[in-house]
Write a protein that binds this ligand. Sequence first.
Ligand code: R5P
Length: 298
Amino acid sequence: MSAAADTIVFALPGNETLAAALAENHGAEIGALVMRRFPDGETYLRFDSPVRGHRVILACSLHHPDDKALPLLFAAATARELGAAEIGLAAPYLGYMRQDKRFQDGEAVTSALFAKLLSPHIDWLVTVDPHLHRWNSLDQIYSVPSTVIPAAPLLAAWIKANVDAPVLIGPDAESEQWVSAVAGIAGAPHVVLEKIRRSDHDVSVSVPDPATLRGRTPVLVDDIISTGRTMLAAVQHVMAQGLQAPVCVGVHAVFSGDAHDALLAAGASRVVTTDTIPHSSNGISVQQAMAKAVAALT
Ligand code: R5P
């Protein structure tokens, strides 16, 4: 099987724009997938386009993964039962990557468990900058081939086009890998702060050396903005130093609770994210890069 016509792209709810970009790049068809909830909250799902003998691509970003994982597993397993020749998953945000260690006795290492649940149902996976911290690669937990699209070139291009004299700031050691890559491509200096996280919402960071930041626009860069407390602590430090109002740039706009408003209220001049997760802050699109990566695999 090789012709684009053999490929059908299905959008799980909320992923229609991504599915359209994947299909267009591929010259592929968009399939009809009917999904609704029964009154008791269970999922009803039906393929209204034939999948037998076709390559099926499921577009499904996995933020709030507990709501999305079961419908996705049902869709993948049903496509397999109905005779799909191949099933690929295009998930710009791959959830359940952060619990990568048993920090306390008895904890579930959900990154590995989630990968174990998903892997048998798909043949390949394309995603954008998964949160690889203690895992070196998705291959350590996913048993299917994966392609990881780096967001760094896209972030760097946006920063170059939109920020005068930027200095990039990573709010914690884990952000070093993203910040240094973005800074390298953007040709800008960077510093990384030290973070202490006491709980989900209680985060502080070290004071950067203000001298390295003066006269430049601080750009805080992180892979995930979730509670926003990591970014918020960095914004507050930058403001306390009397530096220019920072620009916050994130790859994945998880934004739980008041995270987005809190960053603006603390003094951020702008908050910009990629569209791996739909959010009003999306200003950098990964969809063409996703489409190219998927096309290269098929
Ligand atoms: C750290 O592990 C990540 O790189 C992010 O800094 C972190 O996930 C952000 O989380 P939050 O927005 O909840 O502080």
